[in-house]
Design a protein around this ligand. Structure first.
Ligand code: URA
Length: 214
């Protein structure tokens, strides 16, 4: 596929199922963002967090990754605690909340039905993930949230899956980056306590140590 750049257009036509879903929600909720959600944070950050895809009534409504999504509550509180964010996260894009040396993107930029992107949508949207990583000239650390984001990131880095197996709290060196994998901070994972706030904090404590030592 030709270089698509790091930013899909508002009317990106690449995934027919996601386009149809987007069109349905544009009609139903014209005031919502309803478009590929751009990355949040500066491209000169040393840390990139890769989520799965926008939530329907969260990032797809507001236009900022994890903003208004249940998963954003734990993510943004944890980033703030470890110095990767500042301000008061208020689930709105005009809350003045900013990321510090950190950027957040999604493996799939458009909201998928039932939060489940297909394999081909993940593959197609990698055309944006790959240049998003490539444009980050100071990038040192990547945190992948969940197996899908992890595997898509490993493929975007052109590394072998076996060289960076997914597992909560695992980390792998890929080229000049350290890729930290975490269970996704989704409502399901936190409600079932597959992921606790302490387990999530431990990942960012590890990232903080690595970046501070760099
Ligand atoms: N919202 C996002 O933007 N990404 C996720 O992975 C989950 C919720």
């Amino acid at each position: 596929m030709p270089d698509a750049g790091s930013k899909p257009s508002r009317d990106c036509p690449l995934c027919p199922r996601l386009v149809a879903f987007r069109e349905k929600w544009r009609t139903r909720e014209p005031a919502w963002f309803n478009a590929p959600v751009p990355s949040f944070g500066n491209a000169d950050a040393r840390l990139l967090i890769v989520g799965l895809a926008p939530g329907l009534q969260g990032a797809n409504r507001t236009g900022r990754p994890f903003t208004g999504d249940y998963a954003g509550d734990l993510l943004y509180a944890t980033l703030k605690e470890y110095g990767f964010a500042r301000g008061d996260y208020q689930k709105r894009t005009d809350d003045g909340f900013t990321l510090v040396d950190c950027r957040i993107t999604n493996a799939v930029r458009c909201v998928p039905p039932e939060n489940k992107p297909t394999t081909s949508e993940i593959h197609t949207c990698r055309a944006f993930l790959t240049p998003t990583i490539a444009e980050m000239k100071k990038l040192r650390a990547i945190v992948t949230l969940g197996r899908i984001a992890h595997e898509s990131t490993v493929q975007a880095l052109a590394a072998k899956r076996s060289s960076a197996a997914f597992g909560h709290g695992r980390k792998a060196a890929i080229g000049s980056f350290t890729v930290f994998s975490s269970y996704h901070c989704s409502r399901y994972n936190t409600n079932t306590r597959r992921l606790t706030a302490d387990m999530f904090r431990a990942v960012f404590a590890d990232v903080r140590t690595e970046l501070d030592d760099a």
